[in-house]
Design a protein around this ligand. Structure first.
Ligand SMILES: Nc1nc2c(ncn2[C@@H]2O[C@H](COP(=O)(O)OP(=O)(O)OP(=O)(O)O)[C@@H](O)[C@H]2O)c(=O)[nH]1
Length: 362
């Protein structure tokens, strides 16, 4: 587990987990200290004292974010401990199991070719240790019963650590997936739903309304002369205005209404179970809340921001695209008639006339 660019980028929880593993190392080696004293294997008892010191050092190094030093200490401890115990009391003591833990750890912390190279070295070391213990008798043999007990204990600890690693990675993947889902569905600036997500949810809502024979209404809201706000007060102020507008719109709507950022300075709202006259009054409430809000500026006066809104009501078997097209046409009228106003499109003849007018003027 040598530190590289990639290991630095690992999640802090990974280092937290490694730090907790140091505590397990301290606990396990303290138990071993007692066991080896009891078995009169004094060299190994002293090795355990050194191991406890190394894990304590690694624990403290993780606390100071010296992750490379800490992982180096753990690696050295495990490799030396496994080698010494195997040579002194034999392969059957099961201390070599701990070396296996490094294979997934290397795969995670190192880059592809480095990880592969490190795994090959680790594997050669493992096989080398096995062959040595096969060819030579243990230097300080202990009883078969003691060997069996140690083997079971070591196997249990290693299996538990593999289990923890598994849980950690499953949790990490879940958290990453949740983040990806949020990134894919939320607009970063305003934290509203992005266009893709609000479209998907609005389509589902429209289908639900259709099944229940209810109407829904759509609104398109566009900030008036937003280019001028950017030009006069700066892009950053423009961003702040958009963020705050998103908050006002959300605050003024009901919980089950859908609101998303439709484009640069344009928002889309879908109001389930809402007919045109109710939608119009909601739109008017929004317009007036925004028009009455004063933004502080660094030019010694407050900034006033207004929005124009177009509203449309769903018709049987209508697609979302069609519903929004009508709201867009209504928005065009609001802009054309002087801005800071709400327009609803009700009758179809007016709509088709307008559609022609819009296409002529675009
Ligand atoms: N600050 C900021 N500006 C943006 C963002 N997205 C789009 N804009 C700007 O919004 C402006 C929109 O300008 P126009 O389409 O001309 O519309 P307008 O100035 O609002 O005029 P009307 O809509 O006709 O009232 C452009 O200058 C874009 O650069 C954004 O995320 N942040």
């Amino acid at each position: 587990m040598v530190s590289t660019e990639r290991s630095i980028a690992l999640q802090p929880q990974f280092w937290q987990l490694a730090r907790q593993a140091c505590l397990i190392g301290i606990g396990v080696n303290t138990i071993f200290f007692g066991v080896f004293l009891y078995l009169d294997a004094r060299i190994l008892a002293w090795v355990n004292v050194i191991s406890v010191l190394m894990y304590s050092w690694a624990f403290s190094a993780f606390g100071k974010r010296q992750n490379t030093l800490a992982t180096g200490l753990i690696w050295t401890e495990v490799v030396l401990h496994a080698a010494l115990a195997t040579l002194l009391i034999g392969w059957d003591s099961g201390f070599h199991y701990y070396l296996l833990l490094f294979f997934p750890a290397l795969a995670v912390t190192l880059r592809g070719p480095m990880a592969l190279a490190a795994m090959i070295v680790q594997w050669c070391f493992y096989i080398g240790l096995y062959l040595l213990s096969y060819w030579y008798r243990p230097l300080r043999p202990i009883s078969d019963e003691a060997l069996l007990g140690l083997n079971f204990f070591n196997l249990t600890v290693v299996v538990a650590l593999f289990g923890f690693l598994g849980f950690y990675y499953v949790r990490t993947i879940k958290v990453a997936n949740r983040k990806l889902n949020t990134l894919a569905s939320v607009d970063e600036l305003t934290q509203l739903l992005n266009r893709r997500q609000v479209t998907a949810l609005a389509e589902a809502e429209l289908a639900r309304s259709e099944r229940s024979q209810l109407v829904a209404s759509a609104m398109l809201l566009d900030v008036d002369h937003f280019k001028l706000i950017n030009d006069v007060y700066g892009h950053e102020k423009g961003d702040q205005v958009l963020q705050h507008l998103a908050k006002i719109i959300t605050r003024e709507l009901r919980q089950h209404d859908l609101v998303g950022r439709w484009g640069g300075e344009e928002f889309m709202v879908l109001l389930p179970e809402t007919d045109l006259s109710l939608a119009e009054s909601i739109a008017e409430r929004l317009r007036s809340a925004i028009a009455s809000h004063a933004w502080e500026t660094n030019l010694g006066h407050d900034l006033r921001v207004t929005i124009s809104i177009g509203v449309s009501e769903s018709k049987p078997n209508e697609t979302l695209t069609r519903l929004i097209k009508r709201a867009d046409n209504a928005l065009y009228i609001s802009k054309d008639e002087g801005r800071n106003r709400v327009t609803v499109l009700q009758d179809l003849s007016k709509e088709s006339e307008l559609a022609k007018e819009v296409s002529r003027s675009q």
